[in-house]
Design a protein around this ligand. Structure first.
Ligand SMILES: [Mn+2]
Length: 445
């Protein structure tokens, strides 16, 4: 059993290229990040690391355990923080004579930090303060003993090392100080950051898998360099400064694309990686039942299943059962775990989807789900709110619908009871439900 990863990256580094899936990572997002990072490393690229920007879903956790694979490390943010431009400049003690600070200036420092015992910052000594002090002494007070650094230290502008530079850039650039003092979460001295370093801070390098829109990406992605994309969703990507490897192919899963790249280069991933990629394909295609399934998904899955000597249909059924049933799922996960907003004929339409293995637990939850849908409608000014409940075993869906009565009345599916409709074998939001709703909204809104 792999130990659950507590591996959390507090500070990204500019040397590493991070391969990362979308927020609320599903099985495909986790598998394709691990698989693509493996492939790139095998292909000779240095410092490639698979990461994730959220807690893997239950099914992804099941797949990781099943194949003995440690989850990718958690990278909560790729924003640039002061720590990225901090230099660990040696300080002088508050009790040190002023000449100690003078020595630092002669060795090239622009500002000298004054730091007491246990790294408690006192202030900074600037060339100007030093000059003032000497001029005072030259003017006749030279019988006084040499002042200490504490006596001429000025108040320093301080920032915490974890603070985002973007939140303070203008303020720092406008100030007249060449350097600011950087402290840790306990207010203790860490180092100095030069004002000019703010103008060209390092940027994180990201390869996006299973998504290409910044709204779905890790926090701070707008400050990062996107150096590659491997995906199977609609385009919504930001422009890049230079050409990058960019693959978006309408197959059933990103894991399919990774598997194909491995096969093309005659690189056979180890069973732990092959098993995860297989899981990514089976999960996204609902074991080939989703209409998003392409022949390439089946071919890639067969190749991977052969590497890890698995019956893919039998394993696929196990995988789809790994998520907890509707009975135990928190209301917030049901409604917001996978919800997308659309604008159709000027109406805000929200469509959530939840996967289940059997509909038996649905009826008991309907009253509270419907009440929560109405709350959301009021809060977010939604015209129509649909919740698809998809049985991944039978490949059928039901749908709860709330919203404006003239829109609800136009829903073109069999009405089963209060707010409940039978969608039959519809399982794909993007390929089946959205086009059907766009049609009725244009007529009735
Ligand atoms: Mn996917």
């Amino acid at each position: 059993m792999p130990t659950p990863s507590t591996d959390r990256i507090e500070l990204w580094d500019a040397e590493t290229t991070y391969v990362i899936g979308h927020q609320r990572p599903d099985t495909d997002a986790i598998a394709s990040a691990l698989g693509y990072a493996w492939l790139l490393t095998q292909s000779g690229y240095d410092s490639i690391r698979a990461v994730r920007c959220g807690q893997p879903g239950e099914q992804a956790q099941f797949a990781l355990k099943r194949f003995g694979q440690i989850p990718p490390a958690f990278l909560p943010s790729v924003a640039v923080v002061f720590a990225h431009i901090t230099e660990s400049q040696a300080s002088v003690s508050p009790e040190a004579p002023l000449s100690d600070a003078l020595d630092r200036f002669s060795s090239g420092e622009q500002v000298v930090p004054v730091v007491g015992e246990n790294r408690v910052p006192v202030g900074i000594v600037t060339p100007l303060a030093l000059a003032r002090s000497f001029s005072k002494r030259l003017r006749g007070n030279s019988h006084e003993s040499e002042p200490t650094c504490r006596e001429i230290a000025e108040k320093a502008t301080m920032y915490r090392e974890r603070e985002r530079i973007a939140d303070h850039r203008n303020q720092v650039l406008r100030s007249e100080e060449n350097s600011v003092l950087i402290i840790d979460d306990n207010g203790l001295y860490v180092g100095m950051a030069e004002q000019k370093a703010l103008l060209a801070p390092p940027r994180a390098k990201l390869i996006l898998v299973d998504h290409n829109e910044l709204s779905q990406a890790v926090t701070g992605a707008e400050e990062a360099d996107i150096v590659g994309v491997l995906d199977h969703h609609r385009l919504g990507n930001p422009p890049t400064a230079s050409p990058i490897p960019f693959t978006v192919d309408p197959v059933g899963s990103t894991s399919t694309l990774v598997a194909e790249k491995c096969r093309d280069r005659t690189l056979e991933p180890p069973p732990s990686i092959s098993g995860l990629l297989l899981s990514g394909i089976l999960s996204d295609t609902l074991v080939f039942k989703s209409p998003t399934t392409a022949a390439r998904d089946r071919a890639a899955a067969a190749w991977l299943a052969n590497i890890c000597r698995l019956d893919m249909h039998q394993y696929g059924a196990e995988l789809l059962h790994a998520s907890s049933g509707l009975g135990a799922k928190p209301l917030a996960d049901i409604l917001d775990g996978d919800r997308k907003g659309y604008e159709m004929a000027g109406v805000n339409v929200s469509i959530a989807q939840v996967e289940v293995t059997g509909m038996q637990e649905l009826p008991a939850r309907i009253p509270e789900i419907v009440a929560a849908m109405d709350d959301t409608i009021g809060r977010e000014n939604i015209g129509l709110f649909c919740l698809m409940v998809t049985d991944v075993v039978t490949g059928e869906s039901r749908m709860l619908v709330r919203g404006q009565s003239r829109l609800v009345a136009a829903i073109p599916f069999r009405h089963m009871g209060e707010s409940l409709y039978d969608l039959g074998d519809i399982v794909s939001r993007k390929k089946q439900l959205v086009p059907a709703l766009v049609g009725i909204m244009e007529t009735y809104s």
